[in-house]
Design a protein around this ligand. Structure first.
Ligand SMILES: NC(=O)c1ccc[n+]([C@@H]2O[C@H](COP(=O)([O-])OP(=O)(O)OC[C@H]3O[C@@H](n4cnc5c(N)ncnc54)[C@H](OP(=O)(O)O)[C@@H]3O)[C@@H](O)[C@H]2O)c1
Length: 316
């Protein structure tokens, strides 16, 4: 099976930009739909084999246009916070089913879908339940002639992430960190390892019909991750771990902020360990990178930051 053209739905975000860059390096053309080309990252727009087009993927006609001529579709659409009550259901369950139907209309035989570690129809949060619903809908595709692979990563870190970068920004500003769910456990995986797994799976028939959990080599608590981030950027801060009730009150208060950072649904997701109970899948040969080796490559130390900012202004 040869893959030359990929429709990368949800490809203008963090993971999508890294995956598009890798596919482009491999000479694969990517069609990336977005709601706003203006907001797309410059590094995505300049990739040689990548076209970023503004459209509404919730409309079948737009979806059909994106899939025309594609050999494979990758679906990366996902949200962490709901802007309206049915937003998780719409993005994580309905859209994958509609993309699958569009694959059938367009004769696209390959579909790689992004879910999330811990996705579970009985899970504690609406996020995890809706991701499980999406997985179930696309994996039921067996009879449709579309070969599906599902990936379920733990939290993903790397250049442009909104997880450790968010902590880094908080640490730079705040004298101490009041932290909800400090003992929540994660097994973060590097975005480049995730992108490589997606790219390698595309043309590999052994991955058809499979589901892969993706984790890095080490389990950390949320408190560990903030401490490591603080040390990396040269801003270690005291962390005050909040109990269960205080964590929920904090998340509830944050739901009213203009920019959503944390919700009670996120806390419910964190009430179950976000760790793999299996090793890195053997079918993807390179071993996943260590967080502490990668972090300094993209989180700047406070001492160097101002120099870089000065340099970036005149685009040097
Ligand atoms: N980052 C992580 O730690 C992590 C961990 C596990 C799983 N995942 C999953 O990995 C996928 C990619 O994550 P990411 O971090 O790259 O997310 P991201 O940067 O927020 O990008 C998400 C993409 O989804 C699209 N999207 C979101 N809501 C949409 C909507 N209502 N209609 C149309 N498009 C919509 C966005 O399109 P626009 O360009 O139009 O804005 C964007 O390109 C998601 O499915 C996420 O759940 C992520």
């Amino acid at each position: 099976m040869q893959i030359r053209n990929v429709a990368l739905i949800g490809g203008a975000g963090f993971v999508g930009t890294h995956l598009a860059s890798l596919l482009s390096e491999r000479g694969i053309a990517c069609m990336v739909p977005t709601r706003s080309r203006e907001r797309a990252k410059r590094e995505l727009l300049v990739l040689p084999t990548v076209s970023v087009v503004e459209c509404n993927i919730h409309q079948d006609a737009d979806l059909d246009a994106i899939l025309a001529g594609a050999d494979a579709v990758v679906n990366l659409v996902g949200i962490l916070h709901e802007s309206r009550r049915d937003a998780f259901e719409r993005a994580h369950a309905e859209l994958p089913a509609r993309v699958l139907a569009a694959c059938q209309r367009a004769g696209v035989k390959r579909f790689v879908h992004m879910s999330a570690l811990g996705a579970d129809l009985q899970g504690p949060s609406r996020y995890l339940r809706s991701k499980a619903e999406g997985e179930a809908r696309v994996l039921a595709a067996g009879a449709t002639g579309v070969d599906v692979t599902v990936f379920r990563p733990s939290v993903i870190f790397g250049r442009g992430d909104s997880f450790l970068n968010l902590f880094a920004n908080m640490l730079r500003l705040a004298p101490f960190i009041p932290l909800g769910s400090p003992n929540a456990r994660f097994q973060p995986v590097w975005v480049e390892d995730v992108a490589r797994a997606f790219a390698d799976a595309l043309a590999n028939p052994a991955t058809f019909g499979q589901r892969y959990d993706l984790c890095g080599p080490t389990v950390y608590t949320l408190r560990d991750l903030i401490e490591i981030t603080g040390r990396t950027i040269g801003c270690p801060r005291p962390i005050i771990g909040l109990g269960k009730t205080a964590s929920y009150l904090q998340a509830f208060a944050m739901e009213f902020a203009p920019v959503k950072l944390l919700t009670r649904d996120n806390l419910r997701s964190m009430s179950v360990d976000n760790v793999c109970n299996c090793p890195w899948p053997e079918i993807f040969p390179s071993q996943p990178a260590h967080l502490e080796a990668v972090l300094p490559t993209y989180l700047q130390c406070a001492r160097n930051r101002s120099y870089d900012e000065y340099r970036s202004r005149p685009r040097r």
